[in-house]
Write a new protein. Structure first.
Length: 374
């Protein structure tokens, strides 16, 4: 009885009660993080196992060829240039694999013709560019984030080209595999994304040369989405800028919903001299990057950039316009169309032009840059 009375007295001690509440709050916090992680992992699992772009129907839409099927270049519809570091599965329906080729890159001119997407294999980037019908258009070098097999990356590239009327050079790398589940795919993707700089820095060097030679006309932007931002981050952090940093050849460097740690971003961005303008598009409510923060234990640049900022860059907050969305720059199958105000903004920067800051209010997120509102 005495022990019970003492126990009751201990439990009613105000300090102990406060401590107990703190413990409950800590557990609740960890539970919330665990739930966020679980939601993310379930999403990865579904993407890996049930990827509609990996169906036979989708792969059958692609026609592999060594010479063009069209008789006149004016007969083709949308087209893009693709540079890939995937290994090739020769003779198979799914001819571009889910894994890297450590030794070489593959170059393609991909074009829509008579209801199919033709994948023309070419020798190098210069050859691929020579097939582009209208070289006077503005250009976008485009690298995507996690969850893309070859077919889904082509879809994104073709959508970019058609919706914004630009020539696209798509840098393709494996960012998901059916051999892994859940969290394994996250680390598979981030590992491959971090290694892209080794493969694609020489490609950027060639593009810079082609630009200086006049083979790439119009304005040129480098657009990195989500994990694709590891390309430019690693180039800067690994001191691989030398071959592309001696002159300004990119009009806009666009870091879109960047799934990279935001810490010290101002330091590596300050090393970049090849871009005239830098845009950092972020969404403080991005649910995908919220999950990445749980796994990586770090603020993500595309969700919660922190001070100090890189002063010359333009920070643009999308949270009021797109809610919790992560991909808000393209109209994608089975999703809502891109918001007209977002489309107007991307139409400006993807064509290498600059936004008028006076058209946008100050961001409600720590006054960091400007904000696009409904």
């Amino acid at each position: 009885m005495v022990k019970n009375i003492q126990l009751n007295r201990i439990n009613t001690n105000p300090k102990r009660v406060i401590s107990h509440k703190k413990t409950i709050n800590v557990h609740r916090h960890h539970m919330q993080r665990a739930i966020s992680l679980l939601i993310l992992l379930l999403g990865l699992h579904m993407t890996a196992i049930g990827n509609p772009f990996n169906s036979e129907d989708w792969w059958n839409r692609l026609v592999c060829e060594e010479s063009p099927a069209y008789s006149s270049i004016g007969d083709i519809d949308t087209s893009i240039v693709v540079v890939s570091n995937r290994a090739i599965n020769r003779g198979e329906l799914r001819f571009m694999s889910e894994h890297r080729n450590e030794d070489s890159l593959y170059y393609f001119f991909v074009y829509a013709y008579k209801g199919k997407w033709h994948v023309l294999s070419v020798t190098d980037l210069t050859n691929a560019i020579s097939h582009i019908p209208n070289k006077t258009k503005d250009w976008v070098i485009y690298t995507e984030g996690m969850g893309k097999i070859f077919t889904s990356n082509l879809d994104r590239g073709m959508m970019m080209a058609s919706q914004y009327d630009v020539n696209v050079i798509l840098l393709d790398y494996p960012s998901i595999t059916t051999t892994k589940k859940m969290i394994g795919n996250y680390f598979f993707a981030i590992k491959n994304a971090k290694r892209t700089y080794k493969y694609f820095t020489p490609v950027l060097t060639v593009i810079a040369h082609q630009k200086s030679m006049g083979n790439i006309c119009g304005k040129l932007s480098l657009f990195c989405h989500s994990m694709g931002n590891h390309l430019i981050r690693q180039i800067a952090r690994k001191d691989s800028l030398k071959s592309i940093n001696d002159k300004t050849w990119v009009d806009n460097l666009i870091l879109n919903a960047a799934c990279v740690p935001e810490r010290n971003h101002q330091k590596w961005l300050s090393k970049i001299k090849f871009a005239k303008n830098i845009y950092i598009n972020y969404n403080a409510d991005d649910y995908v990057l919220a999950g990445a923060e749980v796994i990586g234990f770090a603020h993500q640049l595309g969700r919660r950039p922190q001070y100090p900022v890189y002063t010359p860059a333009q920070y643009v907050n999308f949270s009021k316009l797109v809610g919790q969305n992560h991909s808000y720059f393209l109209t994608i199958r089975d999703r809502k169309p891109v918001n007209p105000q977002a489309k107007e903004y991307y139409q400006i920067i993807l064509h290498g032009n600059t936004i008028d800051r006076t058209n946008y209010p100050q961001s409600s997120y720590h006054n960091m840059g400007v904000e696009i509102r409904p």
